[in-house]
Design a protein around this ligand. Structure first.
Ligand code: HSE
Length: 278
């Protein structure tokens, strides 16, 4: 079978919220999925080969998120058949941005298949958010590092934020899966002013503490009252895992995204911020 075009992309896992930054803060992690997209001689629907996470459960054809994303960007009437080879290392349904990674990988692979980028990165990012729905995962997946995002009337604003190089991230990944939709259904429609203020105070100060590695108050700054308490019943052992992280010396810890993983920041090991989609 002759290969007419091929491209390989790599996309990072992401943790979001970081405690109080619900639906706005996100951080790319050095755990990456790789995707190779080939256009081969022949006809027929796309084929998806999966190695690693989701190999037994994810769809293998046109209904796979990766394929849907790539189709949004590729020209119609391609002169061949698409083969997607995914090496998945990001655990699914654990709050580590696996669906954002799938959509961004599909879009990036589609956009680069014929060499030059067929859309601007901003357009691809907007498209990824419109397909996936969570800018706090899509933005760090696209840009790498720490990001804050605002999504307003379809308009996406992303700001890259500094994170001190002395930090490393540690994730505790339970076996239990929790789809984001289920983890959002338990959230209240209304919250008290006191709880909103509790989160605002922390979310405003957290980025400064992350940039300067001033860890004294990090434990306080990573507390949350808008989502974690409501999700805790769906994640047995959540607070025990957070406590265990602190006992082991973590500077800060929180539920990763909508769960079930727990994310902890550790100081002193040092690691470069995770690179963007590429
Ligand atoms: N911020 C979103 C949530 C992330 O917590 O529901 C979903 O991955």
């Amino acid at each position: 079978m002759k290969t007419l075009a091929a491209v390989t992309v790599s996309v990072p896992a992401t943790t979001s919220n970081l405690g109080p930054g619900f639906d706005c803060l996100g951080l790319a992690l050095d755990l990456r999925n790789e995707l190779t997209l080939e256009l081969i001689d022949g006809k027929g629907p796309a084929v998806v080969e999966i190695e690693g996470e989701g190999a037994k459960t994810l769809p293998r054809g046109e209904t796979n998120y990766i394929v849907k994303a790539a189709r949004r960007i590729l020209p119609r009437g391609l002169p061949g058949r698409l083969i997607f080879r995914a090496k998945n290392r990001i655990p699914l349904a654990r709050g580590l941005g696996s669906s954002a990674a799938a959509v961004v990988a599909g879009l990036w692979a589609g956009a680069h298949l014929f060499g030059t980028l067929r859309r601007s990165e901003d357009e691809l990012e907007d498209l990824a958010v419109s397909m996936e729905g969570h800018p706090d995962n899509v933005a760090p997946c696209v840009h790498g590092g720490l990001t804050a995002s605002v999504h307003h009337d379809g308009d996406l604003r992303v700001q890259g934020l500094e994170i001190h190089p002395s930090f490393s991230g540690v994730v505790c990944v339970p076996e239990l899966e929790l789809p984001t939709a289920k983890a959002r259904r338990v959230l209240p429609k209304r919250v008290t002013l006191a709880d909103a203020v509790f989160n605002l105070q922390r979310a405003v100060l957290l980025p400064r503490a992350l940039a300067t590695a001033r860890t004294t108050y990090l434990r306080q700054l990573m507390q949350d009252r808008l989502h974690q308490p409501y999700r805790a019943p769906l994640v047995p052992g959540l607070y025990d895992a957070i406590e265990a992280a602190y006992r082991a010396g973590a500077a800060g810890a929180a539920l990763s995204g909508s769960g079930t993983a727990v994310f902890a920041l550790v100081e002193g090991r040092g690691a470069a911020p995770a690179a963007p989609a590429r």
